[in-house]
Design a binder for this molecule. Structure first.
Ligand code: SF4
Length: 519
């Protein structure tokens, strides 16, 4: 895969161009040697190729145009599937822009899957969710483009998520779930082609053996509400430990250490192979990353790769949105009704202590800017709150500059963006700091007390704490939102300013007597 240089727009996903500008094709190479990656410029790649002897890694010119993953049925040479196994990085030319945006689109799919699993969605609901997420983020009118995007985005995220044990675990689990659902959507002909591509060492059970266990197979089929004739009559005999999900769900007949897997259950076999393959590939990619890629690409791909796993994928909240501006006189009221816990806590602390350290001022200050507090009001708010401890003269000297700076009126005149949940959750507050995410940074006792103060019922508190114990902080915040507002929020909370806007929408709709569901 060839990566071409293009300026990064990572900081603001909403600025994604609709047309592709001209790019400088001073290309770098990103291709694969076996299961690992190789990055480098042309000379370095050629050296590496010569060191590797006969391994023909150089893509031919025509191969670099497009890359398709398709299989042909053994009988009639018709393309039956575009579901790839991601065996090697494609010999493609990729714009740096696409390198990043394709990965972000796939990340939206994987994060959606993760949210669905954390919310305990049923298998049928997950199927629908995965299909919708894929359609919304990965579809392209041209099948070839869609396949390319699928493969490129997988390999970029493999780099992003190979770097720690925790990241590898998450990526492996989400990619496996995605693969499982996509495999299920394939026709049985395509599924068989995929099985043979994996070279699964299982043979179909012979007629004689099938007859000898037919009664038992019928019993299992009946226990699942099927009958044997309706189920696919082809069975595979496999070591039972290779289909743990079928065994734990009592959906398979086991005899002498072997499970009899029906054709309509082979997804378990293929998924086991897929998981094991991706797991090994992640370890190999990690070795490549730490030994060469990180250093070679330190000025170009490394910053993108390192930022991708914490990148915020939602809308830009740097400007106040549909609820316009809030003034100082409204702020106490909206803080009670519409601030998420992180901002409520900072707001209460500044009222109580008449001071906030830098991290807290930034987190709350940018949030207030995003919800529509004008610069003059912001200056007046902070000055009034700090007044018991900080003189007006000292405030103007030490604090006013930073507030104006956040509004783009000082220094580089950048219009700074309010922090996303991911950014807030990932900070490590020090002693005396009040910023961060309460779901992550509060003690259990303090968090429970804060939730009760927000009016969350004791049953909902338990649900929230359950998510916190499993480290699903944004879901915990979503459940709090739903408990406080009596309205579901299917999209989940990804940004404190989104919480504010969604809250205002619900409150407004209640005033207007409209039933509201946030999706
Ligand atoms: Fe704030 Fe996000 Fe944490 Fe909710 S999940 S408290 S909005 S940082």
């Amino acid at each position: 895969m060839l990566v071409t240089r293009y300026p990064s727009l990572r900081k603001d996903p909403s600025l994604r161009p609709t047309t592709r500008p001209q790019v400088d094709y001073k290309a770098f190479q990103l291709t694969s040697f076996h299961q690992g990656f190789y990055f480098g410029n042309k000379r370095k790649r050629e050296n590496a190729v010569s060191k590797l002897g006969n391994r023909n890694c150089t893509p031919k010119k025509e191969e670099m145009e497009v890359f398709q993953s398709h299989r042909k049925s053994s009988s009639n040479n018709v393309i039956v599937s575009i579901l790839p196994f991601y065996r090697s990085a494609p010999p493609l030319e990729v714009r740096l822009e696409d390198f990043e945006f394709f990965a972000m689109d796939r990340l939206r799919v994987l994060k959606g899957i993760s949210d669905g699993l954390c919310r305990g969605k049923k298998p049928e609901e997950m199927e629908k969710l995965v299909e919708d997420l894929w359609k919304a983020n990965m579809r392209h009118p041209q099948a070839v483009e869609e396949v390319n995007k699928d493969i490129i985005s997988h390999f970029v995220l493999r780099l992003v998520y190979c770097r720690t044990e925790e990241l590898r675990k998450w990526f492996l689990s989400m990619e496996t779930t995605l693969f499982r659902h996509r495999f299920r959507l394939e026709s049985s002909e395509a599924q068989r082609a995929l099985m043979s591509e994996f070279k699964l060492p299982y043979k179909a059970v012979s007629n004689a053996e099938f007859e000898s266990v037919k009664d038992k197979l019928s019993q299992v089929a009946r226990s699942m509400g099927q009958n044997l004739a309706a189920a696919d009559a082809i069975f595979y005999k496999v070591p039972f430990e290779e289909v743990p999900d079928l065994v734990s769900g009592r959906r398979v007949f086991i005899h002498k250490g072997h499970a009899y897997v029906a054709m309509n259950q082979v997804v378990s076999l293929v998924v086991t192979q897929f998981r094991s393959y991706i797991s090994k590939a992640l370890i190999l990619t990690n070795r490549k990353w730490t030994s060469t890629i990180r250093e070679q690409e330190k000025d170009r791909l490394t910053p993108i790769v390192e930022a991708l796993c914490t990148s915020y994928l939602g809308p830009d909240y740097s400007q106040p949105q549909e609820f316009g501006e809030i003034s100082i006189k409204d702020i106490d009221q909206v803080a009670k009704t519409s601030f998420p816990l992180c901002m409520r806590h900072l707001f209460e602390k500044v009222k109580e202590d008449h001071h906030l350290k830098h991290g807290g001022r930034m987190q709350l200050g940018l949030f207030l800017k995003g919800v529509g507090l004008k610069l003059d009001d912001a200056l007046a708010f902070w000055k009034a709150e700090f007044a018991p401890k900080v003189s007006a003269e000292r405030f103007d000297k030490e604090y006013a500059y930073n507030i104006r700076h956040n509004y783009g009126r000082e220094g580089k005149r950048t219009d700074y963006t309010p922090y996303s949940c991911q950014k807030i959750i990932s900070v490590t507050p020090g002693i005396g700091d009040h910023h961060g995410c309460p779901y992550r940074h509060f003690s259990e006792e303090n968090l429970r007390a804060a939730l009760v103060r927000m009016g969350v019922s004791s049953r909902a508190v338990e649900d929230v704490m359950d998510k916190v114990h499993n480290r699903h902080y944004q879901l915990a915040c979503t459940l709090t939102f739903e408990a406080v507002h009596g309205s579901s929020c299917d999209a989940g909370i990804n940004h404190p300013n989104q919480y504010f806007i969604d809250s205002q929408r619900v409150l407004q709709s209640k005033v207007n007597g409209v039933q509201f569901t946030l999706i």
